[in-house]
Structure formats: structure tokens, C-alpha cells
Design a protein around this ligand. Structure first.
Ligand SMILES: Cc1ncc(COP(=O)(O)O)c(C=O)c1O
Length: 376
């Protein structure tokens, strides 16, 4: 993975440092406005990272003890951790299958109980979930629908109503700008909420539960504040917001590069026997192509493949060890609890993520392809 910061990012950060105003100021407001415009929504809330974006969304929607939230087993642990922060419980849902690593709507429906209050979807690797199904499920059972868009800024979902930006289909959309994401601020995140009340709750909880902010007071808009609920310090600073503004401008071109590299991988990795390239049924132009995961044939020596590539200087990774395999999560359920995750269980040992980053050259990609083919 390569992180590319150009002179534009360095200039933007330097300007903030020279300005002397380092947190909750004009850059953060501008970043929120630009991101909202990018998504086509009225407002957005910049926060410290993607994990707290999820926490704020869950809080704003009123999730708490006694509630169950359907969420994929195959995701980064933060998705589920943030559910636990609220006192609610994650209920782990299987993936659709080796060709579609997103959450299965059928399994989500099977796992509904009288306590289910919300569904959390992750647009895994940048590919849109089956949102027609999840929106219908949420409507029918009066559930909140939250999108974890950490992998998919700039991705779209297409339906008969047209294309919509990922993150704008549910009650809330949560983005991460961690260093390995399609756009980055080092650490950073953002939440969008569909209704004004949830957006206002998330905004207050971001900043200690305070009713007015430093920036408002600085501009003379108010002199004091009240605290109307338990809040946190989940703010993004001006330095990162300035970085985010530049990265947001570069996102469409970077995503286009990722799509082209994905197209090329698909073309060149067709023949190894038994190798599955997931998501080929998803239109590439709607994906943010964050990752290029492959599914190895059952019984394949994954560690051997990863070691063979590492020897050639090629870094691979695994997205992800599933949530229910972590010791901490195993303690949350009785030892013999069956989560009913046959597809996730099957795929867990077979997933490998190949390198994919916008500045990857054709030669670099050809070297990865040759190493994978060589192994097979
Ligand atoms: C799917 C998913 N959800 C949530 C997060 C959490 O984001 P952050 O690292 O910004 O807290 C990440 C990534 O890091 C992620 O990949």
C-alpha cells in the first residue's frame, strides 16, 4: 500500500498551521460542506475516526441496552465494537457467498428477533450491498439502517430510482479516513444522518453534549453553552479537515485508477483453477474498489501463497478474521453458541487481499499477477 501526499496536501496543512486556529474552525466547516455536496445531502459531520462515526450514528438513532443490531461477521472489528459501546448487541450475519462477500439479506431476515432494532451494512471492499433488500427489510420491520461506508466513499447503488451515493441510502452513513482508505486524513471520519433530529443529536454528542461550539463563540454568535446530554470529544481538527478537502478533490480520479486496476486484475487472473474473483457481477463503475480480495480454492495453502508473494516483496493481507473468532467476542456468547455462519466459516481460511492502490503501476500489478499465477 502506498499513501500519496502531494504538494497540495502539504500546502493545505501548512496554511492551517500558519493560521493559528487548529480545531473546530473554517476548514472543518468547509470539509463538511464539500463532503455533503459530494454526497448530495444537506449536511455532514466530520469526526475523529470511522469508529466514532459509527458510535455517534448508533447513539443518534437511540440504540442501547437490550437492542440487537444485525451486522456482518466479515468486517473490521470496529463495526461491531461500536455497537457494544452503546450497550446494544451485534447479531452476526453471514456473507452472501464466495462471489459476493457482502452481507446476505436472507440470513439477516432469518436472524431477526423481537429485539432487533437496526441493521448495519458494510459495503465490503467498496462494492454496494443489496440495498434494495436491506431498505425493504428495514421498512418492513421498522429498523434503523446504518451504512458503514469505510471502504466505499464515492461508490454508488443503482436501482430503478437511479443511482445514489453509498452512505445516503440508510438512516446514517459512516465514513473512515484512516491512512489505508480511498481518501485519508491520517485518522478521521464523517457521519451523515438522514433526519435533522439525528444529525443534531450526533453533532451535540461529538462535542461534549454542548449546545454551542468554540467557533460559534469566537464569531460572537453566543457567549455560553449548556450541556444537554452525555457527550464525547469526537472532533476532527483543522489540520485533518484541510487534508480531507484536498483528498476529497482527488477521490474521483483515485477511484477511477482503482477501478482500472481492478478491471486489469480481473482480466489477468481468470485462469488459475479454482480461484474465485468476487464481485464480478457488480458493475465496476459503481464500486469504490477499495480492496481486491480473492477467494482461494478450498484447501489451498493460503499461508504459502502469502509467504511466496512476501518473498517477492508483495504485501498481501486478510480482510478479515471474522468477528466471532476473536477471544473477546467469544466471551460474549455461550461457548457452544452457533452463530449460523456457514459461508463465513468456509471463506475465512480462503480469503486473501492482493495489493491495490491508485499509484500502482502496470509493472507492479503484472508482478503480483505473475507471482499468483506462479504459485498456482
Ligand atoms: C469496515 C470498517 N469499519 C470501520 C472502520 C473504522 O474506521 P477507523 O479506523 O477510522 O476508526 C474501518 C477501518 O478502519 C473499516 O474498515
Amino acid at each position: 500500500m502506498d499513501v500519496t501526499m502531494g504538494p497540495e496536501e502539504i500546502d493545505a496543512v501548512s496554511a492551517v498551521l500558519r493560521s493559528g486556529w487548529l480545531s473546530m474552525g473554517p476548514e472543518t466547516l468547509r470539509f463538511e460542506e464539500e463532503f455533503a455536496r459530494f454526497l448530495g445531502v444537506p449536511s455532514a459531520l466530520a469526526v475523529a475516526n470511522g469508529t466514532v462515526a459509527l458510535h455517534l450514528a448508533y447513539l443518534a438513532l437511540g440504540l442501547g441496552p437490550g437492542d440487537e443490531v444485525l451486522c456482518p461477521a466479515l468486517t473490521f472489528v470496529a463495526t461491531a465494537n461500536a455497537i457494544l459501546y452503546t450497550g446494544a448487541r451485534p447479531v452476526l450475519v453471514d456473507v452472501a457467498g464466495p462471489h459476493d462477500l457482502n452481507m446476505s439479506p436472507e440470513d439477516a431476515s432469518r436472524k431477526l428477533t423481537s429485539r432487533t432494532r437496526a441493521v448495519l451494512v458494510v459495503h465490503y471492499a467498496g462494492y454496494p450491498c443489496a440495498m434494495d433488500h436491506f431498505c425493504a427489510l428495514a421498512r418492513e420491520h421498522r429498523l434503523h439502517l446504518i451504512e458503514d461506508v469505510a471502504h466505499a466513499p464515492g461508490g454508488r447503488h443503482r436501482s430503478v430510482e437511479g443511482a445514489k451515493m453509498l452512505g445516503t441510502l440508510g438512516d446514517a452513513g459512516c465514513f473512515s479516513f484512516f491512512a489505508n482508505k480511498n481518501m485519508t486524513t491520517g485518522e478521521g471520519g464523517l457521519v451523515v444522518a438522514r433526519d435533522l433530529d439525528s444529525a443534531a443529536k450526533a453533532r451535540r454528542a461529538r462535542s461534549h453534549g454542548m449546545t454551542t461550539l468554540t467557533w460559534d463563540r469566537h464569531r460572537g454568535h453566543s457567549f455560553t453553552y449548556d450541556v444537554t446530554g452525555l457527550g464525547y470529544n469526537y472532533r476532527l481538527d483543522e489540520i485533518r479537515a484541510a487534508l480531507g478537502l484536498v483528498q476529497l478533490q482527488k477521490l474521483p480520479a483515485a477511484n477511477a485508477q482503482r477501478r482500472e486496476l481492478t478491471r486489469r486484475y480481473r482480466e489477468k487472473l481468470q485462469d488459475p483453477p479454482g480461484l474465485i474473483l468476487p464481485f464480478t457481477a457488480h458493475p465496476l463503475e459503481d464500486s469504490a474498489c477499495h480492496l481486491f480480495p480473492v477467494v482461494l480454492p478450498a484447501g489451498a495453502d493460503r499461508a504459502g501463497l502469502m509467504a511466496a508473494l512476501a518473498e517477492k516483496g508483495i504485501q498481501t493481507s486478510i480482510h478479515y478474521p471474522p468477528i466471532h473468532r476473536f477471544s473477546y467476542y467469544q466471551e460474549l456468547w455461550p461457548p457452544d453458541f452457533d452463530h449460523g455462519l456457514p459461508q463465513t466459516e468456509d471463506l475465512t481460511a480462503r480469503l486473501v487481499t492482493l495489493p491495490l492502490f491508485p499509484t500502482m503501476t502496470g509493472d507492479q500489478q503484472d508482478a503480483v499477477v505473475a507471482a499468483v499465477r506462479g504459485f498456482f
